[in-house]
Design a protein. Structure first.
Length: 215
């Protein structure tokens, strides 16, 4: 997949947009770009937040993108930075029908995922002739994903009551405890990804390469 981002030369000016809605939804987005001689800049910011229609299901997103560049008739160099922070993006798991019949907005096992992205990208193109273009790209990407998945099951106490006095849930594990004591499990994980590369676009492996194109 090849994506071309906006630049100050091609997208000058400033735009601002904001809106709100039900369940605490609010959003703001703005962008600005411009050029001064061969230099140009472009920046955008996006904020989104809502509480969600179910309990314990908020979503908060911060995204920003900045780009500076230099270009003339034959050369174009751009350096960009992308930041994204999706805080407490929650997805609720399956809920027992007994809870939904009482109140549809209830949550049983709230799950959350948090993504934090830093992405730096340097690109450059140079026309060697009217139909021959040299293109190079180098980038560094760091993504951290934290997740927490809750799993609760209290049905054993209601569906299979223990004979005799109530069990002490603090006792050592055993057949009786495993069969009748409610289980509460929270699975927490973190994934860190680091990616970097430098190569020619549509060219041989390495930093430099050539490709034919129409100008």
């Amino acid at each position: 997949m090849s994506l071309q981002t906006k630049s100050g030369h091609d997208n000058p000016g400033t735009e601002i947009e904001a809106y709100g809605g039900s369940f605490g939804r609010r959003s703001f987005q703005g962008e600005s770009g411009g050029a001064l001689g061969p230099f140009d800049y472009f920046a955008t910011l996006h904020y989104f937040d809502e509480s969600g229609w179910r309990d314990l299901s908020p979503t908060t997103v911060w995204q920003t993108f900045g780009k500076v560049g230099w270009q003339n008739d034959k050369t174009d160099v751009d350096l960009s930075y992308t930041y994204a922070d999706t805080q407490a993006v929650s997805a609720n798991g399956a809920t027992p029908l007994s809870m939904l019949y009482y109140r549809r907005e209830q949550s049983y096992t709230p799950d959350s995922t948090h993504n934090l992205l830093h992405f730096v990208n340097l690109t450059g193109t140079q026309f060697l002739s009217a139909h021959l273009l040299l293109s190079a790209n180098a980038y560094y990407r760091r993504l951290i994903t934290d997740s927490s998945n809750g799993s609760n099951n209290d049905n054993y106490l209601w569906l299979r009551p223990t004979p005799g006095p109530p069990l002490n849930c603090g006792v050592a594990r055993g057949p009786a405890r495993d069969a009748y004591v409610p289980t509460h499990v929270t699975q927490v994980s973190r994934l860190i990804q680091r990616t970097w590369d430098s190569r020619a676009v549509d060219g041989p492996t390495g930093l430099f390469g050539c490709r034919c194109c129409c100008r």
